[in-house]
Design a protein around this ligand. Structure first.
Ligand SMILES: [Fe+2]
Length: 268
């Protein structure tokens, strides 16, 4: 791998239940996660890291949280990866269980609040920032002030490229059900990033179970699809569909000049 390129795989919203055969909208998330992990391990060049933007477990029932057994199962599958794995906490996730079963690779805490899974890590020339925008059991997010302040300070000091990772969308996209699930104070993050214009190469999120690419004020925002179940993006409409030909995860390559995003094979 050339030194001036960093690559990673972005996946999201696997929603593992407590057992291998547990179902989610008629699919088996553990089987889907195994396929994605196998596809990552089969890439011609190993990525620098894998990032999961949340809802690793839980959600099979409305508002259900991930269980200890679910995270044990996730660890069993994810531990076959040959590269560091970085987790974001989604609204169905448990931070203590992520810390116990899926501890992030080498990292630095972003804030002192241990109840939050907010941290930074390095991959070659890239700084990754994991934000924790969970607000509670509800489906919308909220970014606490301490994380915004820490991100502001980091962007003031850090000169290399930065990517941010969070569970919730934070830019309004004009699709009602998506905007209702977004970070409620997303404009605070947007204006912060605007003050550091050009410093962030991309923001990567999940939660909406749909592939989406948005640019606002030059900022690239990308959501990963869910390997388990796909929600269609239509204004005012929400459809769950059985997994088929939709992509399962993104394979992202950052160079000094470009950001390239490829789909992992649908049949992975
Ligand atoms: Fe979610």
């Amino acid at each position: 791998m050339p030194e001036d390129v960093v690559t990673f795989v972005h996946l999201s919203d696997t929603h593992l239940g407590s057992t291998y055969d547990a179902e989610y909208y008629g699919t088996k998330p553990a089987v889907e996660l195994e396929r994605v992990v196998a596809a990552i391990n089969a890439l011609p060049e190993a990525p620098d890291f894998v990032v999961h933007t949340g809802d690793i477990c839980g959600g099979a029932e409305v508002d259900s949280q991930g269980t200890k057994e679910g995270y044990q199962l996730a660890r069993q599958i994810v531990s076959t990866l040959k590269v560091p794995f970085y987790a974001v906490a989604g609204n169905h996730d448990s931070v203590p269980l992520i810390r116990r079963f899926l501890p992030p690779g080498l990292h630095q805490p972003l804030v002192s609040d241990r109840t939050r899974l907010a941290y930074t890590f390095r991959a070659r020339f890239l700084t990754g920032v994991i934000l924790d925008a969970r607000e509670g059991p509800g489906p919308a997010g909220f970014l606490p002030d301490d994380q915004l302040e820490a991100l502001d300070a980091l962007l003031s000091m850090e000169r290399g490229p930065v990517c941010i990772f969070l569970h919730f969308p934070f830019l309004p996209i004009g699709v009602g059900w998506v905007d209702e699930l977004a970070v409620k104070n997303g404009e605070a993050l947007q204006s912060l990033l605007g003050r550091h214009h050009g410093r962030v190469r991309g923001s990567f999120f999940g939660h909406i179970h749909s592939p989406l690419f948005v640019t606002t004020d030059g900022l690239l925002a990308v959501s990963a699809p869910s390997p388990a179940i796909h929600f269609r993006l239509h204004p005012g409409m929400l459809f769950a569909t059985i997994p088929g030909s939709h992509p399962k995860a993104w394979h992202v390559t950052l160079s000094n000049k470009a950001t390239r995003i490829l789909s992992l094979a649908p049949n992975c």
